[in-house]
Design a protein around this ligand. Structure first.
Ligand code: ZN
Length: 240
């Protein structure tokens, strides 16, 4: 089964549409959390995601904050304003959709979550040491995460965890055990402003990182129109 694996849309509809169009036909959608927060289109993004066939989605920390399941003090000022603005915008139906998202889902040998197996919506996996702690409590051969907005790949072999630099343009065959991050659709932070996602094949265990350009300046203009924080507007063009 060919799966689109994606994370951290952050209410950026233009980036989401670019990813869905670039990906073309897939058999399932696995979304790793943070559907809203930062961007100008929270309702449109939730509605677009809700209609995708064979969707599996988990809760992100921004989603949790918007539904009141996480304290706002956890966030910096700009993120907090985004959360508060989003809460005011969302329709009751879309808030209800976010409220029913689980923190962890499992498909056979793959665990899906936003942050880490130890703390599914809050912990960032950035280093091999953090990944090693994650492998220690991971119940499956593979784990797909988001949250850092950085494409990533950690491989565990004979108890040793190595950081394999993610590269686009190639199709990788995964072997147990591995933790992968597809990168962020709506707010990449790896210095590349193009929307990030990945393909995963559940039978062949292949993985492919992808990037696609979208109209960043149009999204920035809409964020300014809504008075969203300048810091979050500027970073979209930088991919930071
Ligand atoms: Zn995020």
């Amino acid at each position: 089964m060919r799966v689109l694996v994606f994370s951290d849309i952050h209410a950026n509809l233009a980036a989401l549409e670019a990813v869905l169009q670039d990906a073309g036909a897939v058999e399932a959608y696995w979304f790793l959390g943070d559907l809203v927060g930062y961007g100008p289109d929270p309702n449109e993004c939730v509605e677009r995601i809700r209609t995708l066939p064979n969707l599996t989605a988990v809760l992100g920390n921004h989603d949790a904050a918007v539904i009141g399941a996480m304290p706002l003090g956890w966030f910096n000022r700009a993120a907090r304003r985004g959360v508060q603005w989003t809460r005011e915008q969302l329709s009751p139906e879309n808030l209800a959709f976010l409220s029913q998202l689980p923190e962890i889902r499992q498909h056979d040998d793959v665990t899906l979550l936003h942050g880490s197996p130890r703390a599914p919506i809050t912990e960032y996996l950035l280093t091999s040491e953090e990944a090693a702690d994650a492998f220690a409590v991971l119940p499956t051969d593979f784990c797909f995460v988001g949250h850092t907005h950085h494409p990533a790949w950690w491989q565990e072999e004979d108890g040793v965890v190595s950081d394999r630099a993610p590269r686009g343009g190639e199709v990788w065959t995964l072997t147990p055990r591995a933790i992968l991050n597809p990168g962020s659709v709506g707010q990449p932070r790896d210095g590349n402003p193009r929307a990030a996602y990945a393909f995963y094949d559940t039978v062949a265990h292949t993985w492919e990182w992808r990037r696609v350009a979208y109209d960043v300046s149009a999204v920035q203009a809409r964020m300014r129109q809504y008075g969203l924080p300048e810091r979050n507007i500027l970073r979209l063009a930088l991919g930071r």
